[in-house]
Ligand binder design. Structure first.
Ligand SMILES: Cc1cc2nc3c(=O)[nH]c(=O)nc-3n(C[C@H](O)[C@H](O)[C@H](O)COP(=O)(O)O)c2cc1C
Length: 191
């Protein structure tokens, strides 16, 4: 069965993660029926600042405005099965943990959790304070997955895109999509 996925992009550092996620999801149309994207204002600002472009305007996915509560995934009956927040700011994490539902991202996350579907938060901040950690615990207890934007290096990445892909490929795999990426063990004969 093809998947229906929500991608929310917030104003944490790491717009490259969002860009790579959208790029890679664009190539998985055989597995995906529908993708809805929502960006916060800060997400657009940080993307422009970090990547020095407005390439988020070039994707063919449907982009919903941040307060569009008429978006299909603002309701559980639209049957979106997975939501990825990438990158996820501590502000959005806090709002999700507290169930504010004050914009489309937090409403969609609330819906995903109440329907017992898959919520993946690619949280990005360092260091973490007690409030961040407690909010991560709350979301985890509610069934969400905290997948920190923590790159790995055992695949011997050669450029910044390779480094960022170690996070994004893990997220796509967690979402239950099949993607051709490095898996631990592949290097075994090289050691
Ligand atoms: C360049 C830049 C980088 C930022 N990086 C982070 C970050 O890594 N983590 C975070 O929680 N907030 C970060 N922020 C702050 C958030 O953008 C801010 O808290 C905002 O209110 C988040 O709102 P949103 O979740 O609706 O996008 C950053 C802001 C800027 C301008």
């Amino acid at each position: 069965m093809k998947r229906k996925i929500i991608v929310a992009i917030t104003g944490a550092s790491g717009s490259i993660y969002a860009k790579l996620l959208l790029d890679k999801l664009s190539l998985l149309t055989d597995q995906i029926e529908e993708i809805g994207v929502v960006m916060s204002d800060n997400a657009k600002d940080v993307w422009q600042f970090e990547l020095q472009n407005e390439a988020f305007k070039t994707y063919t996915f449907v982009f919903y405005s941040k307060n569009d509560f008429m978006a299909p995934f603002a309701s559980g009956s639209a049957n979106f099965d997975t939501m990825i927040v990438c990158p996820c700011s501590m502000g959005t994490l806090a709002r999700i943990a507290n169930g504010t539902s004050s914009d489309l991202t937090t409403r969609a996350a609330d819906v995903i959790l109440k329907e017992r579907r898959k919520l993946i938060l690619v949280a990005r901040e360092t260091p973490l304070n007690l409030i961040h950690l407690q909010n991560m615990l709350t979301v985890t207890q509610a069934g969400g997955i905290i997948c920190p934007a923590s790159p790995s290096f055992y695949s011997q990445p050669q450029c910044i895109e390779d480094v960022a892909s170690t996070v994004v490929d893990r997220v796509i795999s967690l979402a239950g999509l099949k993607i051709d990426s490095y898996e631990w063990g592949q290097h075994r004969n090289k050691l």
